[in-house]
Design a protein around this ligand. Structure first.
Ligand code: SF4
Length: 443
């Protein structure tokens, strides 16, 4: 007996909420066309993401039953790029205004260069509507806005030419009044390339009032500027996520590995969050040592979050690294006082001196002998690498001391630390550093 399953096609991708836009605003008709295109394509709403920018068009995503992402002004294309890279099977649609286009213009150029497979709908009404009708990157020359009361002296950005010459896979310009808009949106989504539709429309609250702008004025402005309409660019080169997969295949001879989970092989006894802060200098491999500590913690069944702090010069000054450990997922890795502070150098101490002075009596500060008189109410443990046989190199000191702290505090099994260093680069010398740290803790 065969079982027949009938899937009812979706008649709409809209929810029941009415749009909030001003009467006559072009946004409604663009979104109606987007809805019609989605109905035509019958995409899975859970596998479709509308990424919205800021502004009146940025309100759009909440009226659809698809997945959604709403972020900062001008950055929607970057979020969409990340979403597509993480899950190439998703249909990713950006809705943004001409304000976001101007603010995040370089993101559009780079997305076009890459030919990342997202579809961008630009709701282009020549001004910032939500904030009071200021001029934008697409305001026509001479147009009156709240920030160009004497007429805009700038030439408007040709969005289509900009992304087109930079390699966009599909570029169309038209208006929300065009009867083929639904078809063009569908075509753009199906192109599976970086697709952009520059959709000219009316902001009835501001631009229409300030410029007696009409539907006919859209056509005459396009003509005066020499901006062509219709499908302006098509480029059949491979979409970015496909291209990088193929590049990985040809260099590795197999699909590249994604992130691999770190298996936990040991058990750490930790019933509350525990923060270790290491304060040293640039070039001292402080961050590398703490990263090894984070891997060891994960190998011990803990959650770990690492935060680093160093100056922009990178090779001079302090290098701080904080390792927050917990037995549950870490939602906030902010600025609590450390349970353990490790002071390695003057550069590091200058940055944490105030923190050390505020620590409590149940916390521990591990220091080299030169910091033994450190100003802190915490318990001070002095570690002296000079007592070890042989000389400890500057690049090994952070790991030696971290191993001593791990052994002395017992926060993570030392075997987990050994395993973490053995698996990484410099395995042999790092194992020796851990052995030195264990010896140091015993003194
Ligand atoms: S302010 Fe302009 S863009 Fe915003 S909803 Fe009103 S008409 Fe539309």
């Amino acid at each position: 007996m065969s079982i027949l399953t009938t899937i009812t096609p979706l008649g709409s991708y809209r929810n029941d909420s009415p749009y909030p836009f001003c009467p006559g605003c072009g946004h409604k008709s663009i979104l109606d066309n987007l809805n019609a295109a989605l109905v035509e394509l019958q995409v899975d709403p859970a596998q479709t993401v509308i990424v919205s920018d800021i502004g009146c068009s940025g309100l759009s995503d909440q009226y659809f039953i698809t997945s959604a992402f709403h972020g900062l002004h001008g950055r929607s294309v970057t979020y969409a790029t990340g979403i597509k890279l993480a899950q190439p099977e998703l249909t990713v649609i950006v809705v943004m205004g001409d304000g976001g286009t101007g603010i995040g213009g370089t993101h559009l150029l780079n997305a076009a260069r890459r030919n990342i497979g997202i579809t961008v709908l630009v709701f282009n009404n020549f001004n910032y509507g939500m904030t009071g009708g200021q001029h934008s990157a697409t305001t026509p020359t001479g147009a009156v806005t709240s920030t160009t009361p004497g007429g805009n002296p700038e030439r408007p950005l040709d969005i289509c030419a900009s992304v087109g010459v930079n390699g966009a896979g599909y570029v169309w310009r038209g208006t929300n009044f065009d009867t083929d808009l639904t078809e063009r949106i569908s075509e753009a989504i199906l192109s599976e390339s970086f697709a952009l539709l520059d959709i000219w429309e009316l902001c009835t609250a501001y631009f229409v009032k300030s410029n007696q702008f009409t539907r006919r004025a859209i056509d005459s402005t396009l003509e005066e500027l020499g901006f062509e309409t219709g499908v302006l660019y098509r480029d059949g080169r491979p979409e970015f996520t496909v291209a990088i997969r193929e590049a990985g295949l040809s260099s590795l001879g197999r699909p590249p590995d994604g992130p691999q989970p770190i298996p936990s092989e040991w058990t750490a006894q930790l019933d509350h969050p525990f923060l270790i802060e290491m304060a040293g200098s640039a070039g001292g491999r402080v961050r590398s040592a703490v990263r090894i500590g984070a891997i060891a913690a994960i190998k011990s069944g803990l959650y770990a979050s690492q935060r680093d702090d160093y100056p922009v010069t990178v090779k001079t000054g302090h290098s701080l690294s904080r390792l927050l450990l917990a037995n549950r997922p870490i939602d906030y890795a902010g600025s609590e006082q450390p349970n353990v502070l490790v002071v390695l150098t003057d550069d590091g101490y200058r940055k944490v001196a105030k923190r050390a002075a505020r620590m409590t009596g149940d916390a521990v500060v591990y220091v080299l002998p030169e910091f033994s008189t450190i100003d802190t109410p915490a318990r001070v443990v002095v570690l002296d690498p000079a007592t070890l046989p042989g000389r400890i190199g500057k690049g090994d000191l952070a790991l030696v001391v971290l191993a001593a702290v791990v052994e002395h505090s017992g926060v993570i099994p030392i075997e987990a630390l050994r395993s973490a260093v053995a698996a990484g680069p410099f395995g042999e010398s790092n194992l020796a550093a851990v052995a030195h740290g264990v010896a140091l803790a015993a003194k």
